[in-house]
Design a protein around this ligand. Structure first.
Ligand code: ADP
Length: 646
């Protein structure tokens, strides 16, 4: 059939008609179509882009499936505006060739893209400028690509045309194999939920490079509700994924470092416990020994043992403190305390040592420094004692001085407490790392100064926990100044100072000593004897409960780790077993000296906590607190801990 005979047949119809050949090229349009489209058949053929959009409706569906597609599409008019039309296509044989005759009806909804709107060129430009690639693919086994914006060239490393007809390469081919099911599952789920999908998956580009893509899209159904296409956009998120992987690796590294540090700290805590137990016997026995009648030479030997055990205990306490600071396990107390007394008390502790070396030892507290502040007095004193003892240790002539200044703002005070000396000073290149654990300026085998190298690391950790800082100004031969800066809330002075009852005035107490280690039993009895007390002794928790059933006691000195029944469980049971008037005070005496151990003792119902090695002054002040004044509540406060720590 020729064009003329076609025209005779169809030309006069009011119904706009187009005839497509089998590959989707316009073979003929009638006059009604020319009116509708505003152009001739020649224009329709020469149009730089499909006449109907999306073209799949006519080109692919007709060609491949031979069904009669119907649908709402856009007609591109000669003036580049668009009009929505309804197309029905009918396959027919024209002159022996399979063609498609389409009726084209404007929809009732007459939506026209206004001039200047999104014509093809602009749409392409827009798509090219989008940060991701836009696609439509058919929902079938092959993921045939219907449309793919040019941007995919950047993402996939090959022209997007490769995925379109006539090449028709499947996008699936470049998806990393194990990620294919990820996509399939997400799409199926989106269809089930009538929703969107959002998938992260990898593609392998022709150059072998792996890229991560983010794909956001949605299933699109035809009129009958069958899902036919997937429309969406893909973005290259490789950089983001790489950053995430780097952050994850850094996090793993950090966690591993933390675990290593925790293991190290646990080791230190266990070691310090193991050392405390025998040290308890040494300290206790030497205390008892020193109290007996001794020859001058024997006394001097005992004194040497005592000062050496004191030094050893300092190191053990440092190690334990450092392990707590290092593990961030240190809990600070938040209580009102007398700041001036805290500074003064630290000075008094070091004064004898400074005077013995012939150093001037002075203190100046500015008027602006508040009396009472809120914070952890014991820990601040620990920091100051540390700085002062270093100052005294590393100064052979001149002076050690402590000054405190403050600036108040509202209810807080910004404090600066400085400890200065005229000692050996610290070279500039060592001023940072002396705050690191186990670091000392003089590490020669002939070094003159003792110490663990932990003091400043602990001080820095403590001050950091108080949200403060320590800095240092020093030069070799010119002395050093350590400045502690802290901001503390202003506190309140208590109305009356609680009177500390005299320990010597204690009445004879009925005391039960529960301790499995025979040497430590003797230490306990010896120390009690020094303060004028005696005790019955039992070797474990079961025996302690038996003794409490038989007789009534004022006090139980309870070792925590014991065979049969440990001190915690024994305390819980005796609290449940005895009537209120029979209840003794229970004091833990243990080599487990961490804050958690202490908390566990209080939780079990104990009244106070003493760490081994047991010292006569700590024992004395705890008993004075518990029994010196009956109106005093059981001592579970900060001061008990301070007494124990000392
Ligand atoms: P330790 O005093 O137990 O060695 P520290 O952590 O307290 O440990 O101090 C670390 C090191 O810093 C000391 O060994 C010493 O070399 C140096 N240092 C600290 N304070 C002073 C000071 N006031 N003058 C000179 N050197 C000091």
């Amino acid at each position: 059939m020729t064009a003329d005979s076609l025209d005779t047949l169809l030309g006069q119809s009011d119904q706009p008609l187009i005839l497509f050949d089998r590959v989707g090229t316009v073979a003929y349009v009638n006059r009604a179509f020319e009116v509708l489209s505003g152009g001739t058949a020649a224009h329709a053929r020469a149009a730089d882009g499909p006449l109907l959009e999306p073209p799949i409706l006519v080109a692919r569906a007709l060609d491949r499936t031979w069904t009669v597609p119907t649908g709402r599409v856009w007609l591109r008019r000669a003036d580049r505006t668009r009009r929505q039309v309804w197309v029905d296509a009918l396959p027919m044989s024209v002159g022996g060739e399979m063609m498609h005759l389409c009726t084209v009806r404007p929809t009732t909804l007459e939506v026209e893209t206004p001039a200047g709107g999104l014509d093809d060129a602009r749409l392409r430009e827009l798509l090219a400028n989008l940060p991701g690639g836009v696609y439509r693919c058919s929902y079938d086994r092959h993921w045939r690509t219907v449309f793919m914006s040019e941007r995919f060239a950047d993402i996939c490393g090959c022209p997007s045309a490769e995925f379109l007809e006539p090449y028709g390469r499947s996008f699936k081919e470049i998806v990393v194999e194990e990620d294919v099911p990820v996509i399939q599952d997400a799409v199926r789920e989106a269809i089930r939920q009538r929703s969107y999908y959002e998938i992260h998956f990898r593609i392998r580009r022709p150059d072998g490079e792996i890229r991560w893509l983010l794909d956001r899209g949605m299933p699109v159904a035809d009129r009958k509700g069958r899902v036919r296409w997937l429309d969406g956009a893909m973005f290259d998120i490789t950089a983001q994924k790489e950053a995430e992987a780097r952050a994850e690796a850094a996090e793993l590294e950090r966690a591993a470092a933390q675990a290593a540090s925790a293991a190290k700290s646990r080791f230190l805590a266990v070691m310090s416990h193991e050392m405390r137990t025998p040290l308890n016997a040494i300290v206790g026995m030497t205390t008892v020994l020193a109290d007996s009648a001794l020859e001058a030479e024997q006394r001097s030997l005992v004194d040497t043992v005592r000062s050496s055990t004191d030094a050893l205990l300092d190191v053990i306490n440092d190690v334990l403190d450092f392990s707590k600071v290092d593990m961030d396990q240190l809990e600070l107390i938040d209580d009102d305390f007398d700041l001036r007394a805290c500074i003064d008390g630290s000075m008094q502790l070091l004064r004898p040592r400074a005077e013995a070396k012939g150093l001037a030892f002075s203190m100046r507290i500015a008027d602006a420094v508040p009396g009472w502040v809120r914070g952890d007095a014991a820990r601040l004193r620990q920091v100051l004692v540390n700085l002062l003892s270093n100052a005294v240790k590393f100064t052979s002539a001149g002076e050690v001085r402590c000054t405190a200044e403050a600036r108040r703002s509202g209810q807080t005070a910004e404090l600066e407490i400085a400890v200065s000396d005229t000692g050996i000073g610290i070279p500039a290149e060592r001023q940072v790392d002396i705050f690191e654990p186990f670091s000392q300026v003089d590490i020669s085998s002939t070094r003159r100064y003792e110490g663990s190298g932990l003091g400043l690391a602990i001080a820095r950790g403590l001050v950091a926990r108080m949200d403060g800082s320590i800095d240092l100004e020093s030069a070799p031969g010119c002395g050093s100044i350590f400045r502690v800066r802290l901001t503390l809330p202003i506190g309140e002075a208590p109305r009356t100072e609680p009177a500390t009852p005299g320990a010597d005035a204690l009445p004879p107490l009925r005391i039960l000593l529960a301790e499995d280690n025979i040497i430590n039993q003797r230490v306990g009895l010896g120390l009690l004897d020094l303060i004028g007390q005696t005790a019955d002794v039992v070797a474990d928790g079961v025996e302690a409960l038996d003794a409490l059933r038989r007789a009534s006691y004022d006090l139980v000195l309870m070792d925590v780790r014991m065979p049969e029944l440990d001190g915690l469980e024994a305390t819980r049971r005796l609290r449940a077993m005895l009537s209120p008037e029979q209840q003794p005070r229970v004091v833990a005496v243990t080599a487990n000296a961490t804050r958690e151990d202490e908390a566990a003792c209080y939780a079990a119902g104990m009244d106070a906590f003493l760490s081994k090695p047991l010292r006569v002054d700590a024992l004395k002040s705890t008993l004075a607190r518990l029994f010196g004044d009956d109106r005093d509540p059981p001592a579970r406060d900060a001061e008990t801990r301070t007494a124990i720590a000392g």
